[in-house]
Design a protein around this ligand. Structure first.
Ligand code: C2E
Ligand code: MG
Ligand code: MG
Length: 580
């Protein structure tokens, strides 16, 4: 700490300064004029022959600053020479030419009472007997820097919980990353409070805030010294832990977190249980903090599915990336009309003739080759692209059948089955999509079978009922696809206008080896009969299956035994070849 400038010394300087400015000496009058015109604290410094830095003139602001700040570095002695200190040092280098910037930031004092100054030096023409002169101006930056610090602290803090925020957490990870090089392992845990938005909605945001604060407090209980806790999102917290025994320590931390969350939370009058999903990512040397955090977030997603803490595995992320790139490329393929519809014959098991076709999407990717619909349909469903894909399939299938009619010059005794995803049922106006396909192709509704799955009923039975009814009013046939693999209740089966049950291929292919599978197929067949529905068996791969199913009374079937899904032209040829 530097010694304070004594008050009487300042008073003496003020008196002398008054005398100086009253002196009718041209040089001083010039300097004083210059200085008093300046809006900041400034002084003219002369480099005297004896090496001292003489305060030749100064303005009132300069004196005020010296007085207010008690800063010795700015003070000068009885001989008007600046006292030794950072400023005198700066002047030395300025005058001897080694410092050309002429700028110096310096701090006076420390802690909360620290003052921050920026001084600037600008050369002045020589005058009288001095060696060199300069203008020294001082800006007190204390308030400015304090505001900057407060702002920065605010920027790094979550205002609700008082914890470090996402930005600050990234900085903490980065700092820890430097230590990885020194053999200290770290892991990032992302803790996601489950069902938070529902609590927030039903109990109000105040209660939600209270819950977040309590949740954060409990998290602190699960930490060990040196761990960093941050609120990284609405209901998401990050924990940075150092590890002694690798992943085991990270999983122990996750276990401690789950233990502290086990007891119910009190919110107003209610006691609620709060569960959390925890994702863990281990830090590698030189890893980008953002990447590490994203890995832990990825692990959280997995943890939500699995129901226990998950450690990030790059393999799963590779799969997720593949899905993501499939999404991007599927979007492009749809826009460029690169998907094809193939048609798999549906055989009337009694007559052996082709009764109709199921339209199935096919995608041959330029680089990846054939991509199965079992891979791209779920991606399309997740991304919403299924709406576009579904409309395309509906229009294309109807156009193909209408084209066959046109070429034959008559209406062929065939129908086409089109798959509808549960997402389409939930989000699209299916009836309008079907109606528009019928209108554009000129087909009547009875030429279309729409294959829906049980999941479209389970999600929203009321909406499904409306959609099924609308499809019936267009005269279309409704088939329940993959029957037996979903969870639809028999009540809905009875209530909804379903015409056909398609028995899932898992039961059909099991029939030859598994007595239970036969029992299930029989049960489905008699259920269909009781409800007045027709049946189609999927996955008929052998002649034995075809005959057994025909004997059991199954109306129609499809499978590799008859034909694989075929391009439109080949499908029509196949129909012709089986005509009696
Ligand atoms: P799905 O609707 O149950 O279609 C029947 C699936 O069984 C087709 O698979 C077909 O190629 C396959 N299959 C037919 N016979 C046999 C057989 O004898 N043995 C075996 N192992 N498989 C047989 P695919 O074409 O791979 O389609 C898979 C699923 O993708 C379809 O199942 C359907 O749910 C969906 N999908 C295909 N195209 C579309 C579409 O345009 N829209 C929608 N929403 N879904 C589609
Ligand atoms: Mg189908
Ligand atoms: Mg099926």
């Amino acid at each position: 700490m530097q010694a304070a400038v004594s008050r009487p010394a300042i008073a003496a300087k003020r008196r002398r300064a008054d005398n100086l400015s009253a002196t009718p000496h041209l040089a001083i009058a010039d300097d004083t004029g210059l200085l008093s015109a300046l809006p900041i604290a400034a002084a003219v410094i002369e480099h005297a022959a004896d090496g001292c830095f003489k305060v030749a003139a100064h303005n009132g602001r300069f004196l005020d600053l010296v007085e207010r700040s008690n800063c010795t570095a700015l003070d000068w002695n009885e001989a008007d020479c600046l006292k030794a200190g950072p400023i005198a040092e700066q002047l030395r280098t300025f005058f001897d030419g080694t410092d050309t910037a002429g700028e110096l930031d310096f701090t006076d004092g420390d802690g909360v009472s620290a003052q921050f100054y920026r001084i600037k030096l600008a050369p002045l023409p020589k005058r009288g007997g001095c060696e060199a002169r300069c203008l020294l101006s001082v800006v007190d930056r204390t308030v400015e820097l304090q505001a900057e610090r407060t702002l920065r602290a605010e920027m790094l803090r979550d205002s609700l919980t008082g914890l470090p925020n996402r930005l600050s957490f990234s900085e903490a990870i980065e700092q820890a990353g430097d230590k990885v090089a020194r053999d200290l392992e770290h892991a990032v845990l992302v803790v996601d409070m489950l069902r938070f938005s529902r609590i927030n909605e039903s109990m109000g945001s105040l209660a939600g805030d209270e819950l977040l604060i309590t949740f954060a407090r409990r998290l602190i209980l699960a930490l060990r010294a040196g761990d960093v806790l941050a609120r990284t999102g609405g209901n998401e917290f990050g924990v940075l832990v150092s590890l002694r025994r690798g992943v085991e320590d990270a999983l122990k931390a996750a276990e401690r977190i789950q233990q502290v969350m086990a007891a119910p939370f009190r919110l107003s009058e209610l006691e609620i249980r709060v569960e959390c999903a925890i994702g863990v990512a281990l830090m590698n040397a030189g890893q980008d903090p953002e990447e590490l955090f994203r890995n832990a977030q990825f692990a959280v997603k997995q943890a939500k599915v699995v129901g226990r803490p998950q450690v990030y595995e790059p393999k799963q992320a590779t799969e997720a990336r593949r899905r993501f790139s499939i999404e991007t490329e599927l979007r492009r393929a749809l826009d460029k009309d690169q998907l094809k519809l193939f048609y798999q014959p549906l055989i009337d098991l009694k007559s052996g003739e082709v009764a109709g076709f199921e339209a199935l999407a096919r995608w041959t990717h330029e680089d990846r080759g054939e991509i199965s619909p079992t891979e791209f349909i779920p991606v399309a469903e997740e991304s919403g692209l299924i709406l576009q894909l579904g409309r395309w399939a509906m229009d294309t299938a109807a156009q193909t059948l209408a084209g066959w009619d046109r070429d034959a010059g008559e209406q062929l005794p065939l129908y086409v089955g089109v798959n509808l995803s549960a997402i389409q049922v939930a989000r699209d106006d299916i009836a309008a999509v079907v109606a528009s396909a019928l209108k554009a192709s000129g087909l009547t509704g009875d030429r279309l079978t729409l294959e829906l799955t049980e999941s479209s009923i389970v999600q929203d039975p009321v909406r499904a009922t409306r959609v099924f009814d609308a499809l019936k009013s267009l005269d279309a046939t409704v088939a329940m696809d993959d029957f037996g693999t979903g969870y639809s209740s028999l009540a809905y089966l009875q209530r909804l206008p379903i015409d056909v049950l398609k028995i899932d291929k898992s039961f059909v292919s099991g029939m030859m080896v598994d007595a239970d599978a036969v029992a299930i197929v029989r049960a489905v067949l008699s259920l269909a009969e009781a409800l007045g529905m027709s049946t189609t068996a999927e996955g008929i791969e052998t002649v034995e299956l075809a005959t057994t199913l025909a004997t059991l009374g199954c109306a129609s079937g499809q499978g590799f035994y008859f034909a694989r899904p075929l391009p439109a032209e080949a499908a029509l040829d196949y129909w012709k070849s089986r005509r009696r």
